[in-house]
Design a protein around this ligand. Structure first.
Ligand code: PLZ
Length: 452
Protein backbone atom coordinates (compact mmCIF):
# COMPACT_ATOMS: atom_id res chain seq x y z
CA UNK A 1 0.00 0.00 0.00
CA UNK A 2 2.92 2.35 -0.53
CA UNK A 3 1.12 4.52 -3.07
CA UNK A 4 -1.66 5.07 -0.52
CA UNK A 5 0.83 5.77 2.27
CA UNK A 6 2.33 8.48 0.06
CA UNK A 7 -0.96 10.34 -0.08
CA UNK A 8 -1.61 10.29 3.65
CA UNK A 9 -2.31 13.73 5.05
CA UNK A 10 -3.03 12.77 8.66
CA UNK A 11 -2.11 9.89 10.94
CA UNK A 12 0.98 9.39 13.09
CA UNK A 13 3.32 10.94 10.48
CA UNK A 14 2.03 14.39 11.48
CA UNK A 15 4.67 16.16 13.58
CA UNK A 16 3.86 15.21 17.16
CA UNK A 17 4.12 18.68 18.64
CA UNK A 18 2.13 21.58 20.00
CA UNK A 19 2.57 24.51 17.65
CA UNK A 20 0.54 27.71 17.58
CA UNK A 21 0.94 29.92 14.51
CA UNK A 22 -2.18 32.07 15.03
CA UNK A 23 -4.36 32.91 18.00
CA UNK A 24 -6.95 30.20 18.74
CA UNK A 25 -9.31 30.30 16.92
CA UNK A 26 -7.42 31.63 13.90
CA UNK A 27 -8.97 33.55 11.00
CA UNK A 28 -9.95 30.51 8.88
CA UNK A 29 -11.58 28.81 11.87
CA UNK A 30 -13.45 32.03 12.67
CA UNK A 31 -14.76 32.16 9.13
CA UNK A 32 -15.97 28.57 9.38
CA UNK A 33 -17.49 29.23 12.79
CA UNK A 34 -19.59 31.97 11.21
CA UNK A 35 -20.80 29.58 8.49
CA UNK A 36 -21.50 26.98 11.12
CA UNK A 37 -23.60 29.46 13.10
CA UNK A 38 -25.65 30.14 10.00
CA UNK A 39 -26.28 26.56 8.90
CA UNK A 40 -25.88 24.12 11.80
CA UNK A 41 -28.65 23.74 14.35
CA UNK A 42 -27.85 25.62 17.53
CA UNK A 43 -28.62 22.58 19.69
CA UNK A 44 -25.48 20.85 18.44
CA UNK A 45 -22.78 22.19 20.73
CA UNK A 46 -19.02 22.28 20.15
CA UNK A 47 -16.24 22.33 22.72
CA UNK A 48 -13.33 23.51 20.60
CA UNK A 49 -13.47 26.76 18.64
CA UNK A 50 -11.27 25.47 15.80
CA UNK A 51 -12.00 23.50 12.64
CA UNK A 52 -9.95 20.40 11.86
CA UNK A 53 -7.76 19.89 8.81
CA UNK A 54 -6.02 16.64 9.80
CA UNK A 55 -5.24 14.61 12.90
CA UNK A 56 -2.96 11.78 13.88
CA UNK A 57 -1.17 10.19 16.81
CA UNK A 58 -1.72 12.69 19.60
CA UNK A 59 -2.29 15.90 17.65
CA UNK A 60 -5.05 17.75 15.81
CA UNK A 61 -4.03 20.13 13.03
CA UNK A 62 -6.46 23.02 12.54
CA UNK A 63 -7.29 24.90 9.35
CA UNK A 64 -4.99 27.77 10.37
CA UNK A 65 -1.96 25.49 10.74
CA UNK A 66 -2.05 25.20 14.54
CA UNK A 67 -1.10 21.82 15.95
CA UNK A 68 -3.02 21.05 19.14
CA UNK A 69 -2.36 18.24 21.62
CA UNK A 70 -5.39 16.01 21.84
CA UNK A 71 -6.47 15.08 25.38
CA UNK A 72 -9.98 14.14 24.27
CA UNK A 73 -9.66 11.45 21.56
CA UNK A 74 -13.05 12.57 20.23
CA UNK A 75 -14.56 11.54 23.61
CA UNK A 76 -12.57 8.33 24.15
CA UNK A 77 -12.81 7.14 20.56
CA UNK A 78 -9.43 7.41 18.85
CA UNK A 79 -7.44 5.46 21.43
CA UNK A 80 -5.40 3.95 18.60
CA UNK A 81 -4.64 7.47 17.36
CA UNK A 82 -6.43 9.44 14.68
CA UNK A 83 -6.21 7.97 11.17
CA UNK A 84 -4.22 5.03 12.57
CA UNK A 85 -2.49 3.20 9.68
CA UNK A 86 -4.00 -0.16 10.69
CA UNK A 87 -7.47 1.41 10.49
CA UNK A 88 -6.89 3.46 7.35
CA UNK A 89 -5.43 0.55 5.35
CA UNK A 90 -8.32 -1.78 6.16
CA UNK A 91 -10.90 0.91 5.53
CA UNK A 92 -9.42 1.72 2.10
CA UNK A 93 -9.34 -1.94 1.16
CA UNK A 94 -12.96 -2.41 2.25
CA UNK A 95 -14.31 0.79 0.75
CA UNK A 96 -12.84 -0.20 -2.60
CA UNK A 97 -14.45 -3.67 -2.41
CA UNK A 98 -17.96 -2.68 -1.27
CA UNK A 99 -19.40 -0.02 1.02
CA UNK A 100 -22.69 -1.54 2.10
CA UNK A 101 -24.99 -4.44 1.48
CA UNK A 102 -26.82 -4.43 4.85
CA UNK A 103 -25.89 -7.48 6.94
CA UNK A 104 -29.58 -8.38 7.11
CA UNK A 105 -29.72 -8.56 3.29
CA UNK A 106 -26.38 -10.07 2.27
CA UNK A 107 -23.81 -10.88 4.98
CA UNK A 108 -20.01 -10.46 4.91
CA UNK A 109 -17.18 -11.85 6.99
CA UNK A 110 -16.01 -8.59 8.64
CA UNK A 111 -19.16 -8.54 10.80
CA UNK A 112 -18.62 -12.12 11.93
CA UNK A 113 -14.94 -11.48 12.61
CA UNK A 114 -15.74 -8.47 14.82
CA UNK A 115 -18.15 -10.68 16.79
CA UNK A 116 -15.38 -13.28 17.17
CA UNK A 117 -12.97 -10.64 18.49
CA UNK A 118 -15.61 -9.36 20.92
CA UNK A 119 -16.18 -12.89 22.24
CA UNK A 120 -12.43 -13.28 22.85
CA UNK A 121 -11.84 -9.89 24.43
CA UNK A 122 -14.88 -9.15 26.63
CA UNK A 123 -14.88 -10.45 30.22
CA UNK A 124 -15.58 -14.15 30.84
CA UNK A 125 -14.84 -17.38 29.02
CA UNK A 126 -18.45 -18.54 28.53
CA UNK A 127 -20.03 -18.93 25.07
CA UNK A 128 -20.85 -15.44 23.75
CA UNK A 129 -22.63 -13.88 20.82
CA UNK A 130 -22.84 -10.30 19.59
CA UNK A 131 -25.06 -7.98 17.56
CA UNK A 132 -23.65 -4.83 15.97
CA UNK A 133 -25.14 -1.33 15.85
CA UNK A 134 -24.12 2.25 14.95
CA UNK A 135 -23.96 4.18 18.19
CA UNK A 136 -23.55 3.66 21.88
CA UNK A 137 -27.12 4.66 22.62
CA UNK A 138 -28.39 2.13 20.13
CA UNK A 139 -26.30 -0.60 21.77
CA UNK A 140 -27.70 0.26 25.21
CA UNK A 141 -31.30 0.24 23.89
CA UNK A 142 -30.75 -3.13 22.28
CA UNK A 143 -29.11 -4.58 25.38
CA UNK A 144 -32.27 -3.65 27.30
CA UNK A 145 -34.48 -5.16 24.57
CA UNK A 146 -32.48 -8.38 24.74
CA UNK A 147 -32.62 -8.53 28.55
CA UNK A 148 -36.39 -7.95 28.51
CA UNK A 149 -36.92 -10.61 25.90
CA UNK A 150 -34.72 -13.10 27.75
CA UNK A 151 -36.30 -12.54 31.18
CA UNK A 152 -39.89 -11.65 30.30
CA UNK A 153 -39.52 -8.77 32.79
CA UNK A 154 -39.73 -5.02 32.16
CA UNK A 155 -37.96 -3.00 34.86
CA UNK A 156 -34.47 -1.59 34.36
CA UNK A 157 -32.17 -0.49 37.19
CA UNK A 158 -29.72 2.37 36.58
CA UNK A 159 -27.58 4.62 38.77
CA UNK A 160 -27.12 8.20 39.88
CA UNK A 161 -24.77 10.17 37.58
CA UNK A 162 -25.25 7.62 34.78
CA UNK A 163 -24.98 8.47 31.09
CA UNK A 164 -26.31 6.04 28.51
CA UNK A 165 -27.29 8.16 25.48
CA UNK A 166 -29.71 10.60 23.90
CA UNK A 167 -32.49 8.39 22.49
CA UNK A 168 -35.78 8.20 24.38
CA UNK A 169 -35.01 5.11 26.45
CA UNK A 170 -31.39 6.07 27.06
CA UNK A 171 -32.41 9.62 28.06
CA UNK A 172 -34.64 8.00 30.67
CA UNK A 173 -31.63 5.97 31.81
CA UNK A 174 -29.32 9.01 31.85
CA UNK A 175 -29.32 10.88 35.15
CA UNK A 176 -28.52 14.46 34.24
CA UNK A 177 -31.20 16.86 33.01
CA UNK A 178 -29.09 19.62 31.45
CA UNK A 179 -28.22 19.39 28.60
CA UNK A 180 -29.36 15.85 27.82
CA UNK A 181 -33.05 15.70 28.84
CA UNK A 182 -34.25 19.26 29.35
CA UNK A 183 -37.66 19.75 27.64
CA UNK A 184 -37.37 16.41 25.80
CA UNK A 185 -39.78 14.33 27.88
CA UNK A 186 -41.90 12.35 28.43
CA UNK A 187 -39.35 9.60 28.90
CA UNK A 188 -39.66 5.82 28.72
CA UNK A 189 -41.05 4.20 31.84
CA UNK A 190 -39.92 1.32 34.05
CA UNK A 191 -36.50 2.87 34.73
CA UNK A 192 -35.47 2.87 38.42
CA UNK A 193 -32.48 4.83 39.70
CA UNK A 194 -30.26 3.80 42.58
CA UNK A 195 -27.39 5.55 44.38
CA UNK A 196 -23.92 4.63 43.21
CA UNK A 197 -20.54 4.57 44.96
CA UNK A 198 -18.99 8.05 44.67
CA UNK A 199 -16.14 7.97 47.19
CA UNK A 200 -15.31 11.71 47.06
CA UNK A 201 -18.91 12.79 47.70
CA UNK A 202 -20.03 10.27 50.31
CA UNK A 203 -21.05 12.09 53.52
CA UNK A 204 -19.20 9.37 55.47
CA UNK A 205 -16.88 6.58 54.35
CA UNK A 206 -18.79 3.61 53.00
CA UNK A 207 -17.33 0.40 51.61
CA UNK A 208 -18.05 -0.82 48.11
CA UNK A 209 -20.15 -3.71 49.41
CA UNK A 210 -22.14 -1.34 51.65
CA UNK A 211 -22.73 1.08 48.76
CA UNK A 212 -23.93 -1.85 46.66
CA UNK A 213 -26.24 -2.87 49.51
CA UNK A 214 -27.66 0.66 49.56
CA UNK A 215 -28.35 0.48 45.80
CA UNK A 216 -29.81 -3.02 46.00
CA UNK A 217 -32.14 -1.87 48.76
CA UNK A 218 -33.50 0.96 46.58
CA UNK A 219 -33.95 -1.26 43.53
CA UNK A 220 -35.56 -4.02 45.56
CA UNK A 221 -37.98 -1.63 47.29
CA UNK A 222 -38.86 0.48 44.25
CA UNK A 223 -38.84 -2.04 41.40
CA UNK A 224 -38.67 -5.43 43.12
CA UNK A 225 -35.85 -7.81 42.23
CA UNK A 226 -38.23 -10.20 40.48
CA UNK A 227 -39.45 -7.43 38.16
CA UNK A 228 -36.00 -6.33 37.04
CA UNK A 229 -34.97 -7.43 33.57
CA UNK A 230 -31.60 -5.71 33.84
CA UNK A 231 -29.30 -3.57 35.88
CA UNK A 232 -27.21 -1.32 33.64
CA UNK A 233 -24.00 0.14 35.01
CA UNK A 234 -20.94 2.01 33.80
CA UNK A 235 -18.10 0.30 35.70
CA UNK A 236 -16.44 3.73 35.86
CA UNK A 237 -18.78 6.67 35.29
CA UNK A 238 -17.97 8.54 32.07
CA UNK A 239 -19.99 11.72 31.48
CA UNK A 240 -20.97 11.57 35.17
CA UNK A 241 -17.44 12.49 36.24
CA UNK A 242 -15.00 9.57 35.89
CA UNK A 243 -16.10 8.25 39.25
CA UNK A 244 -14.45 4.96 40.20
CA UNK A 245 -16.62 3.01 42.64
CA UNK A 246 -15.04 1.57 45.79
CA UNK A 247 -13.65 -1.92 45.33
CA UNK A 248 -16.31 -4.47 46.06
CA UNK A 249 -19.21 -2.41 44.66
CA UNK A 250 -19.37 -4.13 41.28
CA UNK A 251 -18.69 -7.66 42.62
CA UNK A 252 -21.54 -7.32 45.17
CA UNK A 253 -23.92 -6.09 42.47
CA UNK A 254 -22.85 -9.00 40.29
CA UNK A 255 -23.67 -11.46 43.09
CA UNK A 256 -27.08 -9.96 43.67
CA UNK A 257 -28.08 -9.76 40.02
CA UNK A 258 -26.98 -13.35 39.48
CA UNK A 259 -28.87 -14.60 42.52
CA UNK A 260 -32.03 -12.87 41.29
CA UNK A 261 -31.97 -13.71 37.60
CA UNK A 262 -31.34 -10.07 36.65
CA UNK A 263 -29.25 -9.48 33.52
CA UNK A 264 -26.20 -7.41 34.50
CA UNK A 265 -25.30 -5.10 31.63
CA UNK A 266 -21.94 -3.33 31.82
CA UNK A 267 -21.95 -0.17 29.71
CA UNK A 268 -18.28 -0.15 28.64
CA UNK A 269 -18.85 2.33 25.82
CA UNK A 270 -16.45 4.89 27.30
CA UNK A 271 -14.28 2.56 29.43
CA UNK A 272 -13.70 -0.24 26.92
CA UNK A 273 -10.86 -1.19 24.62
CA UNK A 274 -7.74 -0.55 26.73
CA UNK A 275 -8.76 2.91 27.97
CA UNK A 276 -8.51 2.01 31.68
CA UNK A 277 -5.38 -0.12 31.29
CA UNK A 278 -7.38 -3.34 30.88
CA UNK A 279 -9.36 -4.43 27.86
CA UNK A 280 -12.50 -3.61 29.85
CA UNK A 281 -13.00 -1.81 33.16
CA UNK A 282 -14.84 -4.86 34.58
CA UNK A 283 -11.60 -6.84 34.24
CA UNK A 284 -10.04 -4.83 37.06
CA UNK A 285 -12.05 -6.72 39.69
CA UNK A 286 -12.70 -9.81 37.60
CA UNK A 287 -16.40 -9.01 37.30
CA UNK A 288 -18.13 -10.90 34.50
CA UNK A 289 -21.35 -9.19 33.39
CA UNK A 290 -24.01 -11.01 31.35
CA UNK A 291 -23.99 -8.41 28.57
CA UNK A 292 -21.47 -5.72 27.64
CA UNK A 293 -22.17 -2.68 25.47
CA UNK A 294 -19.26 -1.27 23.48
CA UNK A 295 -18.72 1.49 20.88
CA UNK A 296 -16.31 4.46 20.79
CA UNK A 297 -12.75 3.04 21.09
CA UNK A 298 -13.63 -0.14 19.22
CA UNK A 299 -13.42 1.18 15.66
CA UNK A 300 -10.79 3.92 15.67
CA UNK A 301 -13.29 6.65 14.80
CA UNK A 302 -15.84 4.93 12.58
CA UNK A 303 -19.34 4.50 13.97
CA UNK A 304 -19.74 0.99 15.34
CA UNK A 305 -21.30 -0.37 18.52
CA UNK A 306 -22.06 -3.79 19.91
CA UNK A 307 -23.94 -5.81 22.46
CA UNK A 308 -21.95 -8.89 23.46
CA UNK A 309 -22.98 -11.49 25.98
CA UNK A 310 -24.06 -14.91 27.08
CA UNK A 311 -25.12 -16.86 24.04
CA UNK A 312 -28.34 -18.07 25.65
CA UNK A 313 -29.41 -14.52 26.55
CA UNK A 314 -28.45 -13.09 23.15
CA UNK A 315 -30.31 -15.90 21.39
CA UNK A 316 -33.51 -15.36 23.38
CA UNK A 317 -34.69 -12.78 20.85
CA UNK A 318 -36.84 -14.03 17.94
CA UNK A 319 -35.27 -14.04 14.47
CA UNK A 320 -35.58 -10.59 12.92
CA UNK A 321 -35.98 -8.91 16.33
CA UNK A 322 -32.59 -7.21 16.18
CA UNK A 323 -31.04 -5.20 13.37
CA UNK A 324 -30.94 -1.92 11.50
CA UNK A 325 -29.92 -0.77 8.03
CA UNK A 326 -26.36 0.18 8.88
CA UNK A 327 -25.59 -1.90 11.99
CA UNK A 328 -22.16 -3.51 11.52
CA UNK A 329 -21.46 -1.60 8.32
CA UNK A 330 -18.56 -3.31 6.48
CA UNK A 331 -16.33 -0.23 6.50
CA UNK A 332 -16.86 0.25 10.24
CA UNK A 333 -16.16 -3.46 10.83
CA UNK A 334 -12.93 -3.22 8.82
CA UNK A 335 -11.93 -0.23 10.93
CA UNK A 336 -12.64 -2.17 14.14
CA UNK A 337 -10.52 -5.11 13.00
CA UNK A 338 -7.65 -2.71 12.26
CA UNK A 339 -8.09 -0.89 15.57
CA UNK A 340 -8.14 -4.13 17.58
CA UNK A 341 -5.02 -5.28 15.76
CA UNK A 342 -3.34 -1.97 16.68
CA UNK A 343 -4.35 -2.36 20.34
CA UNK A 344 -2.81 -5.81 20.43
CA UNK A 345 0.43 -5.09 18.53
CA UNK A 346 1.19 -1.87 20.40
CA UNK A 347 0.03 -3.16 23.82
CA UNK A 348 -2.27 -0.20 24.29
CA UNK A 349 -3.46 -1.50 27.68
CA UNK A 350 0.12 -1.10 28.91
CA UNK A 351 0.33 2.29 27.23
CA UNK A 352 -2.87 3.42 28.97
CA UNK A 353 -1.42 2.49 32.35
CA UNK A 354 1.80 4.41 31.67
CA UNK A 355 -0.02 7.53 30.46
CA UNK A 356 -2.28 7.34 33.51
CA UNK A 357 0.70 7.31 35.86
CA UNK A 358 2.15 10.42 34.21
CA UNK A 359 -1.19 12.25 34.40
CA UNK A 360 -1.79 11.40 38.05
CA UNK A 361 1.78 12.37 38.97
CA UNK A 362 1.41 15.74 37.22
CA UNK A 363 -2.01 16.36 38.82
CA UNK A 364 -0.65 15.46 42.26
CA UNK A 365 1.97 18.21 41.78
CA UNK A 366 -0.78 20.68 40.77
CA UNK A 367 -2.73 19.74 43.90
CA UNK A 368 0.15 20.91 46.14
CA UNK A 369 -0.27 24.48 44.87
CA UNK A 370 -4.04 24.57 44.32
CA UNK A 371 -6.67 23.81 46.92
CA UNK A 372 -9.31 23.72 44.19
CA UNK A 373 -8.14 20.19 43.36
CA UNK A 374 -10.70 18.22 45.34
CA UNK A 375 -10.12 14.77 43.92
CA UNK A 376 -7.83 13.12 41.39
CA UNK A 377 -9.27 9.89 40.09
CA UNK A 378 -9.79 7.50 37.22
CA UNK A 379 -7.94 4.49 35.98
CA UNK A 380 -5.33 4.19 33.27
CA UNK A 381 -5.71 6.84 30.58
CA UNK A 382 -9.19 7.75 31.86
CA UNK A 383 -8.13 10.35 34.41
CA UNK A 384 -9.90 13.34 35.89
CA UNK A 385 -9.68 16.03 38.51
CA UNK A 386 -12.70 17.41 40.37
CA UNK A 387 -12.57 21.17 40.96
CA UNK A 388 -13.99 22.51 44.23
CA UNK A 389 -14.17 25.68 46.29
CA UNK A 390 -12.12 26.62 49.34
CA UNK A 391 -14.30 24.42 51.55
CA UNK A 392 -12.85 21.44 49.66
CA UNK A 393 -16.31 20.30 48.62
CA UNK A 394 -18.51 22.78 46.74
CA UNK A 395 -18.40 22.11 42.97
CA UNK A 396 -16.75 24.91 40.95
CA UNK A 397 -17.90 24.43 37.34
CA UNK A 398 -16.92 27.98 36.32
CA UNK A 399 -13.31 27.43 37.41
CA UNK A 400 -13.24 24.06 35.61
CA UNK A 401 -14.52 25.78 32.47
CA UNK A 402 -11.91 28.54 32.68
CA UNK A 403 -9.09 26.02 33.11
CA UNK A 404 -10.35 24.11 30.10
CA UNK A 405 -10.70 27.26 27.95
CA UNK A 406 -7.19 28.36 28.90
CA UNK A 407 -5.89 24.96 27.71
CA UNK A 408 -7.73 25.40 24.39
CA UNK A 409 -6.21 28.85 23.88
CA UNK A 410 -2.74 27.36 24.45
CA UNK A 411 -3.21 24.43 22.08
CA UNK A 412 -4.37 21.62 24.34
CA UNK A 413 -7.73 19.95 23.80
CA UNK A 414 -9.39 19.22 27.13
CA UNK A 415 -12.95 18.28 28.12
CA UNK A 416 -15.05 18.73 31.22
CA UNK A 417 -17.73 16.39 32.58
CA UNK A 418 -19.55 15.51 35.77
CA UNK A 419 -23.04 15.98 37.12
CA UNK A 420 -21.94 19.37 38.49
CA UNK A 421 -19.85 20.22 35.41
CA UNK A 422 -16.78 20.68 37.61
CA UNK A 423 -14.63 17.77 36.46
CA UNK A 424 -11.74 18.13 34.01
CA UNK A 425 -11.24 14.87 32.22
CA UNK A 426 -8.25 13.66 30.25
CA UNK A 427 -8.56 11.04 27.51
CA UNK A 428 -5.36 11.12 25.44
CA UNK A 429 -4.98 8.78 22.49
CA UNK A 430 -3.19 5.74 23.90
CA UNK A 431 -0.45 6.05 21.28
CA UNK A 432 0.64 9.46 22.62
CA UNK A 433 4.29 9.73 23.69
CA UNK A 434 4.96 10.63 27.32
CA UNK A 435 6.95 13.66 26.08
CA UNK A 436 3.90 15.07 24.32
CA UNK A 437 1.74 14.28 27.33
CA UNK A 438 4.18 16.15 29.58
CA UNK A 439 4.03 19.14 27.26
CA UNK A 440 0.22 19.06 27.46
CA UNK A 441 0.35 18.88 31.26
CA UNK A 442 2.75 21.84 31.41
CA UNK A 443 -0.16 23.75 29.86
CA UNK A 444 -2.71 22.17 32.20
CA UNK A 445 -0.55 23.17 35.20
CA UNK A 446 -0.18 26.70 33.81
CA UNK A 447 -3.97 26.86 33.38
CA UNK A 448 -4.46 26.28 37.12
CA UNK A 449 -1.99 29.11 37.85
CA UNK A 450 -3.51 31.47 35.25
CA UNK A 451 -7.07 31.04 36.52
CA UNK A 452 -6.31 31.12 40.26
N1 PLZ B 1 -22.80 5.06 27.26
C1 PLZ B 1 -21.03 5.20 28.92
O1 PLZ B 1 -20.11 7.42 27.43
C2 PLZ B 1 -21.36 8.38 25.02
C3 PLZ B 1 -21.63 11.44 24.85
C4 PLZ B 1 -21.37 12.75 24.24
P1 PLZ B 1 -23.26 7.39 21.63
N2 PLZ B 1 -20.65 9.38 25.72
C5 PLZ B 1 -20.38 10.63 25.02
C6 PLZ B 1 -22.63 13.54 24.09
O2 PLZ B 1 -22.72 14.59 24.72
O3 PLZ B 1 -23.51 13.11 23.32
C7 PLZ B 1 -21.85 7.20 25.81
C8 PLZ B 1 -21.19 6.78 26.98
C9 PLZ B 1 -21.70 5.68 27.69
C10 PLZ B 1 -23.44 5.43 26.13
C11 PLZ B 1 -22.98 6.49 25.38
C12 PLZ B 1 -23.73 6.85 24.13
O4 PLZ B 1 -22.94 6.63 23.02
O5 PLZ B 1 -22.37 6.69 20.64
O6 PLZ B 1 -22.93 8.83 21.84
O7 PLZ B 1 -24.70 7.16 21.35
Amino acid sequence: MTEIAGTRTGGPALPQERRLVTEVPGPRSRELLARRAEHVAAGVGTVLPVFVEAAGGGVILDVDGNSLIDLASGIAVTGVGNAAPEVVDRVIEQVQAFTHTCFMVAPYDGYVEVCERLAELTPGTHAKKSALFNSGAEAVENAVKIARSATGRMAVGVFDHAYHGRTNLTMAMTAKNMPYKHRFGPFAGEVYRAPTSYPFREPAPISGAEAAGRAIDVLDKQAGASNLAAVVIEPILGEGGFVVPEDGFLPRLREWTEANGIVMIADEIQTGFCRTGDWFACDHEGVVPDLVTTAKGMAGGLPLAAVTGRAEIMDAVHVGGLGGTYGGNPVACAAALGAIEAMRTHDLCGAARRLGEVMRERLAAVRKAHTCVGDIRGRGAMTAVEIVGTDGHTPEPVRAGSISSYCHSQGVVTLTCGTYGNVLRFLPPLVMSTELLHDAFDVVAAAFDATA
